[in-house]
Design a protein around this ligand. Structure first.
Ligand code: LMR
Length: 333
């Protein structure tokens, strides 16, 4: 481990450690079940969810309790919306690419190279323009509680990818977003929509040859073990909108609701800051397994930027040029 990695690891370990996914909820407690598709331990979303559950279970003991199920154990990120409306689960954090049934605007995060890094994305998420995006899910019966962060997507395949033309002819797994599909079509590759839980098997069997994801998603799901390498492209931001059913929140007594939202906001604020470090640790885990990581020169990165540029004209209408400009302007000089 390098000094930097050790220091980051130490900083992360200094956070209160969440120890168990599921409390034994007592009779009479109002239960919040959260369903997520990623790993729990060692993952930005999983660790944040566990920390929130720990706080709810200790600080609201006797009134509310929270259980977290990871690794798509309960639902995938599409089915979970209906499961919430049916009262089967009360919280989910689907990635921002998963909301196209409710709004086209959240797809903006899929635009390649809109955000330079997760700090830039988080600076945008703190603006009024971004906060208003949370309301896009209200008409469907959900409350957008807040944004959780993961990190930047990297791209991998069964052959090393250094230039955009290298992806031509391959099939890439994508999340259900028109921009992610268009991104691969633009380069002569085929996109295939698949649930996160199906990606490893699809890569291993050759059903798809490539994928794009954050270091933490790649490592905790072993995608790197069935790819020839990972290109450190940092080309788009993957984050989450945490949602709860409006009807459930309305059913809470005002004191409990306020306290739960307070714990949610505190945990969000505290753990979003560690997502970058968590991804750097998972990147190091991948390097430690001697997987090839392709690092791009500035010129090579510019070639990917140029190749994806037409997506901006194609999608600025559905997203809104004002939002794209707000995202660009959120970068701290
Ligand atoms: C994916 O489907 O690749 C991601 O949305 C998974 C996640 O929740 O990070």
């Amino acid at each position: 481990m390098s000094f930097v990695t050790r220091t980051l690891a130490a900083a992360f370990l200094a956070l209160p450690l969440a120890t168990q996914a599921n409390a034994n909820c007592d009779a009479g407690e109002t239960k919040v079940v959260m369903s997520i598709v990623t790993a729990l331990q060692g993952h930005p979303k999983g660790e944040t969810a566990l920390a929130l559950a720990d706080r709810v279970n200790s600080q609201m003991n006797g009134r509310m309790c929270m259980e977290v199920y990871g690794n798509s154990e309960l639902y995938n990120d599409i089915d979970v919306f209906q499961a919430m409306l049916d009262g089967k689960v009360q919280m989910a954090a689907p990635s921002l690419s998963r909301f196209s049934a409710y709004t086209q605007k959240l797809q903006m995060f899929d635009l390649p190279f809109l955000f330079d890094d997760p700090i830039h994305a988080m600076d945008f998420l703190a603006t009024d323009a971004a906060k208003s995006l949370k309301n896009e899910v209200r008409p469907a019966g959900f409350v957008g509680m807040g944004f959780w962060t993961n990190g930047m997507r990297q791209i991998s395949a069964t052959r090393p990818l250094r230039k955009p033309a290298d992806v031509a002819g391959l099939t890439f797994r994508v999340q259900p977003s028109d921009i992610l599909e268009a991104q691969f079509r633009l380069l002569g590759a085929d996109p295939k929509r698949l649930a996160f839980s199906k990606v490893y098997d699809a890569l291993a069997s050759g059903e798809v040859q490539g994928q794009q994801n954050t270091w933490s998603n790649i490592y905790t799901k072993d995608f790197h073990t069935v790819q020839s390498g990972v290109t450190e492209s940092n080309h788009s931001y993957l984050g989450y909108l945490v949602v709860m059913p409006q009807a459930f929140l309305d059913s809470l007594n005002p004191t409990d609701r306020e306290e739960f939202i307070g714990l949610f906001e505190l945990t969000t604020h505290e753990y979003n800051r560690f997502a970058f470090e968590t991804n750097q640790l998972r990147r190091q885990d991948i390097l430690d397994e001697e997987v090839m990581v392709v690092r791009l020169t500035d010129e090579e990165k510019q070639a990917w930027r140029d190749a994806f540029a037409p997506l901006y004209d194609q999608f600025s209408g559905v997203i809104g040029q004002d939002l794209i400009d707000a995202a660009r302007n959120a970068k701290q000089k």
